[in-house]
Design a protein around this ligand. Structure first.
Ligand SMILES: CC(C)(COP(=O)(O)OP(=O)(O)OC[C@H]1O[C@@H](n2cnc3c(N)ncnc32)[C@H](O)[C@@H]1OP(=O)(O)O)[C@@H](O)C(=O)NCCC(=O)NCCS
Length: 238
């Protein structure tokens, strides 16, 4: 395992800085993770934004068998959680949603779940912890296809996936038939994406995005507007 990190972070509504220790999590952290996730769900303005991990999924990831998890601690209190998940042959492997050939499904890794205590949001912890998780995944050389789902209304989730050099390759109804972008990145090949034109589409305009994705466009970036996000769609030039 690579070395955990220490960050200095701000608490919302204060100017004070706090040292924040990032560590690999184990089964002994189960209750803290469950409690933090329950608090996050309680305080979410829109419950659809985050589809929670089940207790069995949390245990599976913490055991190290099906994934790896990082926790961020301030004064020994867990304030952020992030995980990667190795779906292997399981039915929830997102590689199937994007048409990966069967032999490559075992090389799929999901950026699975992230949540940050509301008091410590605004420090880009999701992106910082995601980068540490991906560094660890790359050391293993076992996983090539990075996938993630994000709800179109989840602005920080979208911003984070583009920061991890991922692209939107599909838009599908997933959990409870709720719409999700499927983000993808080939971890072994840095793709040089040259596009002729870029088409901005509001992230909540699902119909237009489905049309563009069906025509072979991919979501390759975003720009912030006063009211939300526009996704930038482009088609690869030959
Ligand atoms: C998603 C989550 C983990 C992000 O927390 P975080 O790492 O503290 O993220 P930040 O608040 O630092 O925001 C990251 C980026 O999103 C932007 N952002 C956040 N909320 C935003 C909003 N409502 N509108 C526009 N931009 C927003 C920030 O400005 C920042 O962009 P920048 O890097 O260009 O400055 C946190 O919001 C959370 O726990 N949400 C509930 C659970 C969840 O939705 N998990 C993710 C599922 S994909």
């Amino acid at each position: 395992m690579n070395e955990p990190a220490t960050f200095v972070i701000r608490r919302q509504g204060t100017t004070e800085s706090y040292p924040c220790q990032v560590d690999w999590l184990e089964e002994s952290h189960f209750l803290q993770v469950e409690e933090l996730q329950a608090y996050i769900l309680d305080t979410l303005p829109c419950k659809d934004l985050y589809f929670p991990l089940t207790p069995a999924e949390i245990r599976n990831i913490l055991s190290g068998k099906a994934g790896q998890a990082l926790g961020a601690f301030v004064e020994d209190q867990l304030i952020a959680f992030g995980a990667v998940y190795f779906p292997k042959d399981n039915g929830d492997n997102l590689g199937r949603d994007i048409g990966l050939p069967a032999p490559e499904l075992r090389q799929v890794v999901h950026l699975e779940a992230f949540f940050v205590h509301p008091a410590y949001r605004g420090n880009r912890l999701q992106t910082k912890m995601g980068k540490l998780l991906l560094q660890q995944v790359l050391l293993g050389k076992e996983y090539r296809h990075l996938c993630a789902t994000v709800m179109p209304a989840n602005v920080p989730g979208i911003v984070d996936k583009f920061a991890q050099k991922m692209k939107i390759v599909a838009l599908k109804q997933k959990y409870n038939n709720s719409w999700r972008y499927i983000f993808y990145r080939d971890l072994w090949t840095e793709e040089l994406f040259q596009a002729w034109e870029t088409i901005p589409v509001p992230s909540l305009d699902l119909c237009r995005q489905l049309t563009l994705l069906n025509q072979g466009h991919q979501g390759t970036g975003y720009r912030k507007t006063g009211t939300g996000l526009e996704i930038l769609y482009s088609k690869k030039s030959n």
